[in-house]
Design a protein around this ligand. Structure first.
Ligand code: WQD
Length: 336
């Protein structure tokens, strides 16, 4: 059985679908702080299988111990954590406590039950923003621009230290670049609670007139059209990367990090234009000031994941825009 913490969240839920399709039994623990329990039903609608779901926070040591006592857990995929960059600047103590305690708890309980296979949801935000593109796994780490990024960096250090002290333990750190898109069924997608920070959910809200206008944060960067470049990856490609990582982690010992991106950079204006073209609509936007902490270019060198995980993304930028809009239309229009 695979324990998926944060499994009703954006990336977690899509990964649960692919785990079930790959023949795994899935147990989800999630406190629903940034997702909805209805996602469990939607995973069943897509796969025909009901997953085991426990509402709870991974920081709850006793709950976690009970879970490991009750279920035969073979591997853990750890998504659970707060992830809003802006919020982390305003609420650093909550971010450090939740995102670090959860990992420490999980590793402790895994040790108590001799579970030695672990995949961690990390992020490109662990790379020093001053680094050169494309970022490889050997690029400089740290100098994170926000507490959220530091929690990912610190968690990686904790997991690496634990692997160094325990030769039986095997961990994979997946450093996501910019996850976007949705399951093509429209049952699952990115639907953060409150006002989103990220570009794609905001473009989707503008497309449905939920918000009136998108602000492009600066067009005076050192890029072709002056707007920031990022490496957007479809959430289904990202989910599939976890299936490959699960196979890898059960065949190797130690701690390995992999970039999960497409290796292709896309500017904000290119994303807007692609969204408009594939969905045949106009996105209302204006050019505003730069956002603090943004870097001009951030995209991946993914050769290591391709070579060692046999990971190759298949979804295009058009798929990302089409599936994101499809999800929003099917859910927001119905006021879900
Ligand atoms: C993308 C681009 C903005 C909103 C963050 C986290 C990272 C990861 C992905 C979890 C930037 C521009 C955005 C808007 C805009 N999350 N933008 N107007 O900042 O690259 O990365 O999400 O791991 O850790 O840091 O993503 O979607 O916020 O921004 O112009 O209203 O869109 O300036 O260039 P980001 P984003």
């Amino acid at each position: 059985m695979i324990l998926v913490t944060g499994g009703t969240g954006f990336i977690g839920s899509h990964t649960c679908v692919q785990l079930i399709k790959a023949g795994y039994d899935v147990l989800v623990i999630d406190d629903l702080s940034n997702s909805h329990e209805d996602v469990v039903n939607r995973i069943k609608l897509i796969t025909g299988k009901k997953i085991e779901f426990i509402k709870g926070n991974v920081c709850d040591y006793n709950l976690l111990t009970d879970v490991f006592r009750k279920y035969k857990i073979d591997s853990v995929i750890h998504f659970a954590g707060y992830k809003a960059v802006g919020e982390s600047v305003n609420k650093p103590l909550i971010y450090y406590k939740n995102n670090i305690d959860s990992t420490l708890n999980l590793l402790t309980v895994m040790r108590n039950f001799n579970v030695t296979s672990f995949i961690f949801s990390s992020s490109a935000t662990v790379y020093a923003p001053t680094g050169k593109v494309p970022f490889s796994e050997l690029s400089e780490l740290g100098k994170c621009s926000n507490p959220y990024g530091w929690t990912k960096y610190m968690n990686e250090e904790i997991i690496q230290s634990y692997c160094n002290s325990n030769s039986d333990f095997s961990a994979v750190l997946l450093r996501y670049f910019n996850p976007v898109g949705a399951h093509e069924s429209g049952y699952l997608g990115e639907d953060p609670q409150g006002i989103p920070n990220n570009l794609m959910p905001l473009i989707c809200r503008v497309s449905l007139n939920i918000i009136n206008e998108l602000t492009v944060f600066g067009n005076d960067y050192d890029t072709e059209d002056g707007t920031c470049i990022r490496d957007y990856i479809h959430v289904m490609d990202l989910a599939n990367a976890h299936i490959l990582a699960l196979k890898y982690v059960n065949g190797h010992k130690g701690c390995k990090a992999f970039n999960i991106g497409t290796g292709k950079g896309t500017s904000v204006l290119e994303m807007i234009k692609t969204f408009e073209d594939v969905n045949k609509l106009k996105i209302n936007y204006k050019i505003g000031k730069r956002r603090a902490g943004d870097v001009a270019k951030l995209y991946a060198d993914c050769t290591k994941a391709k070579k060692e995980l046999s990971f190759t993304p298949v979804y295009t930028l058009s798929d990302m825009c089409l599936h994101s809009y499809n999800y929003m239309k099917l859910n927001y229009m119905k006021g879900v």
